[in-house]
Design a protein around this ligand. Structure first.
Ligand code: GLA
Length: 376
């Protein structure tokens, strides 16, 4: 691994970090103006940086040899490709929003597996943003940086993602889950400490093979927006849980009906999970995780066999609840278990994967961690 000095021939001015996330519950609800409940992971992207005075940004990653360079003034959506699109997108959106950022050398390091559905793209956008702002001592509001990072991902990179991942990366705090109401743009930190209740949150990366599902996320988002238009509401959040049956009767298409049912019931499950957590009844959140998975499997249709086998096996091995987390089609499951059964649940999943001929899964520590910050 090359050091900053070896890559850029100068010493760094500082390092900034932004974490990945795991969502406890509330999937595909963010772009429906709904509710989400992510925690930030200890795994993160670290950007080590030095100022340049020529208005250019050079980015390198400890995982790649090449240094990619561009002028901040010349950035237009899509002008920088590959993984460097994320740091370029961060610089573009900050420039467009009038932040007086300047040139920089950036070395990106990560202990966040990419492609595991843990939001490495949001973490890269957020880490770059706080590095570019921090280098120039520019004050910022974390939620505003999250919103800009989403804008960069939507408009510069071209991925129609919601705002959950960037908010988790910027606004989570250690020991808490972030209860984020997208419509109200309000957040509440919900204490989350499974170990205090003799529980464990297991995060298992199922390492599903890459399937050709590009476009599935956008298709889900489109279905939801079309359904909202058909129902005459700005977003599916406007459909109250108690009015769901009426709304479903008004929709012609069976697929669209199922998509709507997922979103409306999932938003309700987030509310219920938060009520239970506030009442100190974390064990009772388990069944909500499982109901969420069933809804994603049958109604939203975003699971794959690896995710379903991992969830079913976790439940058979005694987990209190389990669900896939993130955008779907790949990534991780989470399982809430008694602390004493966490190892047995993981072993059962490993055994089931071997029997199915799946790649070996891997577990991650899921201590709820802090959002983006300067790291030195
Ligand atoms: C991805 C997106 C998020 C969110 C989740 C699903 O992680 O980036 O905005 O929509 O999928 O909940």
């Amino acid at each position: 691994m090359s050091s900053f000095e070896e890559v850029f021939g100068t010493t760094p001015d500082g390092s900034w970090r932004a974490p990945g996330r795991v969502n406890l519950i509330g999937e595909h609800t963010d772009y429906n103006d709904g509710l989400v409940l992510p925690i930030a992971l200890p795994n993160q992207i670290l950007v080590t940086a030095s100022k340049r005075d020529d208005g250019r940004i050079a980015v390198a990653s400890t995982g790649h040899d090449r240094v990619i360079e561009f002028a901040i003034d010349e950035l237009v959506p899509g002008s920088v490709g590959d993984w460097a699109a994320y740091p370029a997108g961060a610089a573009w959106v900050l420039r467009e929003s009038g932040y007086p950022i300047g040139g920089a050398n950036l070395l990106v390091d990560s202990d966040l597996p990419s492609g595991a559905g843990l939001s490495s793209s949001a973490a890269l956008l957020c880490a770059t943003s706080v590095a570019l702002l921090g280098l120039r001592d520019i004050e910022f509001d974390p939620a505003e940086v999250a919103r800009l990072a989403q804008l960069a991902e939507n408009q510069y990179v071209g991925a129609p993602v919601g705002l959950m991942d960037q908010m988790a990366s910027m606004c989570c705090t250690a020991g808490h889950a972030l209860y984020f109401d997208i419509r109200a743009m309000s957040t509440d930190q919900i204490p989350f400490d499974p170990a205090a209740d003799d529980l464990a949150l297991l995060v298992v990366d199922v390492k599903a093979p890459h399937r050709h599902v590009d476009g599935e996320y956008a298709a889900r988002r489109r279905s939801c927006e079309e359904a909202a238009a058909e129902l005459g509401v700005p977003a599916l959040r406007s459909i109250a849980y108690d009015d769901l049956d009426d709304a479903l009767k008004r929709l012609q298409d069976g697929v669209v009906r199922r998509r709507v049912r997922h979103v409306v019931t999932e938003i309700r499950r987030v509310e219920e999970a938060v009520e239970l957590m506030r009442a100190g009844r974390l064990r009772d959140v388990g069944p909500l995780f499982t109901a969420s998975h069933v809804s994603m499997r049958d109604d939203f249709e975003i699971t794959v066999p690896e995710l379903d086998v991992a969830v079913d096996t976790a439940l058979e091995a005694g987990a209190l609840g389990a669900r896939m987390t993130g955008g779907g089609f790949d990534g991780c499951i989470i399982a809430l278990t008694e602390a004493s059964t966490a190892d047995a649940v993981l072993s059962a999943i490993e055994k089931a994967f071997a029997e199915h001929g799946f790649s070996a899964p891997s577990a991650l520590a899921a201590a709820p961690s802090a959002g983006a910050s300067r790291s030195d």
